[in-house]
Design a protein around this ligand. Structure first.
Ligand SMILES: C[S@@+](CC[C@H](N)C(=O)[O-])C[C@H]1O[C@@H](n2cnc3c(N)ncnc32)[C@H](O)[C@@H]1O
Length: 313
């Protein structure tokens, strides 16, 4: 963050220098931030690219949008704020008559603001209702998930989230809710604490809570939806930057970027066909960019962050 004084106190933007470096020397007229959060990345990008004329910020959390609006007050004439899932990016931008953009950033996952607010129910370190919705206008909560999903479905969610004791976690939830409904993060902590597996450096509850959060918000599904839309929205030489915090998310980004960069496509049917196609992008990051030791020391959130980027051909 050297050289930048950010007004956002709520959230330290992850891999900020690396994001700015990928945008350096590019002329950005229209830019989209798919995950505005507290507006930390947005503020730095607007400061370092005064040529930006139109900056569109998405967040599905209205609370985040309100905070970002305050952070971005000095740039308010250039900014548009959209309360929507980024999975609907193309539709929402078309509604604003925006057809091509020079850059898109997505910094996936929950923000530290969301994790820090006990009443949002994201954190195993704070007692609150079992909620975990990023979009509070959505009806389905973590409480609904843990109290209604079958043991098989729960097991699948924990297994996907790489919780090694996925079977035990699912079983423990089903047994506990047979006695009384699971209402709070504290209830869930008591149920899962003895079951969870300690992964080096992580609180054992991290993966179990993260798995539930990803399922409540259908995070992987929305990521799969948005990448092809974002690529098609880019103007030639436009860039798409995606930061992820979970191995499954990074795998989705890596695969979709690779597919978009390939000159052949395998079509599976009764027979397999290999068809020639025009690559849409050049992958700028063969390997993901990760945080420096220095950044991880001051911002532990950076520990699992991975940044990948493509440039539209
Ligand atoms: C890690 S924070 C972003 C922080 C931001 N880059 C900053 O510097 O302040 C992620 C934000 O993206 C939002 N978000 C996550 N998934 C989303 C989705 N599918 N659609 C829209 N917003 C999403 C969350 O509500 C959260 O506010």
């Amino acid at each position: 963050m050297e050289g930048f004084k950010l007004s956002s106190e709520h959230h330290t933007p992850v891999l900020l220098n690396e994001v700015l470096k990928l945008l350096e020397m590019r002329r950005l007229t229209t830019f989209v931030d798919g995950t505005l959060g507290a507006g930390g990345h947005a503020e730095a990008i607007l400061k370092s690219h005064p040529e930006i004329q139109q900056f569109v910020g998405f967040d599905q959390d209205e609370n985040a949008l309100e905070i970002a609006k305050r952070t971005l007050l000095p740039f308010q004439e250039k900014c548009q704020f959209i309360h929507s899932n980024f999975g609907d990016m193309q539709l929402k931008l078309n509604e604003e008559n925006i057809e091509g953009v020079d850059g898109i950033l997505m910094d996936i996952g929950a923000s530290s603001m969301q994790l820090d607010q006990a009443e949002r129910g994201f954190s195993f370190q704070r007692t609150g209702p079992l909620d975990m919705r990023m979009d509070q206008s959505q009806a389905f909560t973590a409480k609904d998930l843990v109290n209604t999903y079958s043991e098989k479905e729960l097991g699948e969610i924990f297994r996907e989230g790489e919780e090694r004791k996925w079977r035990a976690c699912a079983r423990a939830i089903v047994e506990a809710r047979a006695v009384e409904p699971i209402e709070t993060t504290e209830d869930l902590v008591k149920i899962l604490r003895p079951m969870t597996w300690k992964k080096k450096g992580l609180d054992p509850l991290t993966l179990a809570f993260q798995s539930i959060r990803i399922a409540v918000n259908r995070e992987l599904h929305q990521l799969e939806r948005v990448i092809p839309q974002a690529i098609s929205l880019l103007k030639p030489k436009g860039v798409l930057l995606v930061i992820t915090f979970h191995r499954l998310e990074d795998r989705i980004v890596k695969q979709l970027f690779r597919q978009a960069g390939e000159s052949t496509e395998v079509v599976e049917g009764k027979q397999q066909f290999i068809i020639e196609k025009t690559p849409e992008v050049e992958v700028l990051t063969r390997k993901p960019i990760t945080g420096s030791e220095k950044e991880i020391e001051v911002n532990p959130r950076a520990r699992s962050a991975k940044l990948r980027a493509v440039e539209k051909l």
